[in-house]
Design a binder for this molecule. Sequence first.
Ligand code: NDP
Length: 375
Amino acid sequence: MPSSQNKKLLLNDQQSSRRRFIKLASIGFALSSASSFGINLAPTNRKLGIALLGLGNYSLRLLAPALQSTQHCELRGIVTGTPAKVESWQQQYSIADKNVYSYDNMHELANNPDIDVVYVVVPTALHLKYAEMAANAGKHVWCEKPMAMTAAQCQRMIDVCKKNKVQLSIGYRTQHEPNTRQMHQFAVRQKYGRVTSIFARAGYGGNGLPADNWRMKKHMGGGAMYDMGVYPLNGSRFLSNMNPIAITAQHEKSHPQIFKEVDETTNFTLEFPNGVTADCAASVVKSYNKIKVECEEGWYQLDPMSEYSGVAGNTSDGVVLTAIKGMQQTLQMDNDALAILKQGPLLVPGEEGMRDIHVVEAAFKSASLGTRITL
Ligand code: NDP
């Protein structure tokens, strides 16, 4: 238990945290995560040119809009396999003809100084292929989550980026979200004592997608564990500041006629050192989104944990972390751009994405063998 002096310090810390977050919420999000969390925000005039590769839902609805508010990078190019999408993207975002590519000619990016970064936003099974092409063209790579299908693929992605001396960053927007970062600091500083257990869920309700959608295909990286599992998994790791040592997983099926190839819900228990466990679940048929971290001297939670907006938290001693204004993706891309412009720090490098994919692979193995897998 903390001494009365320590309690006073904790209280001061909590109050200043709270004040900082009220201030953050009121000034908006533009400078928030970076300046408040030790990220290098010294001014730089140069803006990096971003090319979005794969113009599906996430690029269209989240990333391109978020790039309209970034300070250190801007949308300058597109790489797409669908010519019919080009005109509207060019018109809406004033993208020059010379910055429009297909997957077949994207190696020509090597000769285009307008583009500094290729952001890979295609189905998971294709992340490695296009990350390799971008890195070999000399461009920095931002790659969406989940990083790849296997840890071996992740390692190849890391290696090719190293070989080409370009940065690799994984699109874990939540690690850039200020309330999530604050709770990570609770774990780092053991503000509520040592973590004792975790409860984490991420899922969206529904009845599946058409059978030809990549999210329904196993070989494309569809299913609950790849799509949503990385949120409770990464959240448990990030908010406990620990890495799991074992996993036990089971798939749960309520729509066997629809989910013939991929998992619709996966329940998994992560075991951390000192007997700490995380009770986790990911689903594409159940709607839930929350993480709660129990500690020896209290608890902290995010509810919701990984929605695009509204991520908010509170703690056992009454600290309230209100949702930021603006988009997490804006913070993410500005932080990642600064890491390139200033050569660090990089919040979510390839190694971080790979750690999760190692666990995801073990989850599938555990569910199929019905056994606990040591990591
Ligand atoms: P969509 O299905 O909406 O779009 C994927 C796009 O990839 C397509 O529109 C297409 O773009 C391109 N593509 C290239 N090859 C193929 C192929 N063989 N089959 C299907 N599409 C192909 O997916 P999302 O945008 O929702 O997801 C893309 C990635 O982003 C995934 O890795 C996903 O996990 C991640 N994601 C991350 C989120 C986050 O919060 N961080 C949220 C949502 C998704 P084009 O026609 O331009 O070639």
